[in-house]
Design a protein around this ligand. Structure first.
Ligand SMILES: [Zn+2]
Length: 378
């Protein structure tokens, strides 16, 4: 079953406050929303009647009568989200609070083009929904991350690298034709940033790097994902200084990605006579203390750090979180840190934390859930 959420305006705001854990009682909702208690109560009754909220047990007491605890109804609905990579897709069904009910990985070649890839994704969603969700629990929205720039106005992919056939493809329209529900399409690094931000409570300004086959970065400004015109945070095609000249997948010379991504390291290792296929193989070589690999990862970290010095000076983030498959190679983060601390202004680095990403492998799915909930309640 699929169904649009029957809420709007203030009802949606109240539902979001409960779904995100910001409020768990009528009094809490009144405090957080600024609405009058009577008005909150009326809307809460409507949300309970609509089967979206339940009121049960007792909340945290502040003395006096214990407030009854509001939570999402287990039948309020599910969100289907995915994170598309080059060779696989990670899929999840989440409840409306963003908690994963099931997560699964399926093989999927993004080079097969958008129609085949998105249909495979939707077939996998449908199978998971049939297997894992009771028919009485409706699907409320569908979202996917893609490893390329997304125009937030049209939800189309714009000039992606290594994604033949995807340029200007109407990803959201294609999914909407199948589901007729709110649809989220977002750059994968942006999703990861939105998911990672949940793991840094109290930190409002973050740069979240995804260093895998490619290099991506998402920016959280004042607690919200900063999309800009759609390509905000894209550091992969910043030009780096180099003695040699390497052509990037984008057609320009000497982009960061052409030197410091997993794909670049795999190519450089091949030139050095070490044949590996995946970024995880590079990490294995580093962990086995193979000098060529360690040295290359260290140089990659330094190059990424040099690009970051400009951005850290300009943006002054609280946190630079580094994730993606190559981040498991320890010299990467230490080299990034060294470059940033050496070159940035002291005021910019005094309280800056440069650390491994915390949200783990499901960061992008968690981010998709949180952004999709916004779309569902919009
Ligand atoms: Zn480039």
């Amino acid at each position: 079953m699929k169904q649009r959420l029957p809420v709007q305006g203030a009802q949606g705001d109240l539902l979001r406050l409960v779904a995100t854990g910001a409020a768990e009682s009528r009094a809490g909702l009144a405090r957080m929303s600024g609405l009058a208690a009577s008005s909150v109560s009326l809307r809460v009754e409507e949300l309970i009647e609509a089967g979206l909220l339940v009121e049960e047990g007792s909340g945290t007491s502040r003395g006096g009568r214990r407030p009854r605890r509001l939570c999402l109804s287990p039948t309020a609905g599910v969100l289907a989200v995915a994170d598309l990579g080059a060779h696989h897709a990670r899929l999840g069904l989440l409840d409306l609070s963003g908690a994963p009910l099931v997560v699964e990985e399926v093989p999927c070649e993004i080079t097969e083009g958008p129609e085949a890839t998105l249909d495979l994704l939707a077939d996998a969603f449908d199978r998971l929904l049939a297997e894992r969700v009771p028919p009485s629990v409706p699907l409320r929205g569908v979202g996917t991350g893609v490893p390329g720039p997304v125009d937030p106005a049209t939800l189309r992919v714009v000039t992606p690298s290594r994604m033949p056939g995807w340029n200007d493809f109407p990803v959201a329209d294609h999914l909407r034709a199948r589901y007729d529900l709110p649809v989220l399409v977002e750059n994968d690094a942006n999703l990861m940033a939105a998911g990672e931000a949940r793991s840094w409570p109290g930190r409002e300004n973050l740069m979240v790097l995804k260093v895998g086959t490619g290099i991506g970065c998402g920016a959280i400004v004042d607690g919200r994902l900063h999309r800009g015109r759609g390509a905000a945070g894209d550091i992969s095609h910043v030009r780096v200084s180099s003695d040699s000249s390497v052509i990037c997948a984008c057609g320009h010379h000497d982009c960061l990605e052409a030197y410091a991504s997993g794909a670049a390291l795999i190519a450089a290792l091949a030139d050095a006579g070490v044949a590996v296929r995946h970024t995880s193989d590079v990490v294995d070589l580093v962990n086995d203390a193979v000098p060529e690999a360690t040295s290359m990862v260290r140089t990659a970290g330094r190059r990424i750090g040099e690009v970051l010095t400009v951005l850290v000076n300009f943006f002054n983030p609280d946190v630079v979180a580094v994730g993606g498959s190559l981040s498991a190679a320890e010299p990467l983060i230490t080299s990034i840190r060294a470059a940033v601390y050496e070159r940035c202004l002291p005021l910019a680095t005094r309280d800056l934390e440069i650390a491994p990403a915390r949200a783990g492998r499901d960061a992008a799915l968690l981010g998709a859930g949180s952004l999709l909930l916004d779309a569902v309640l919009a």
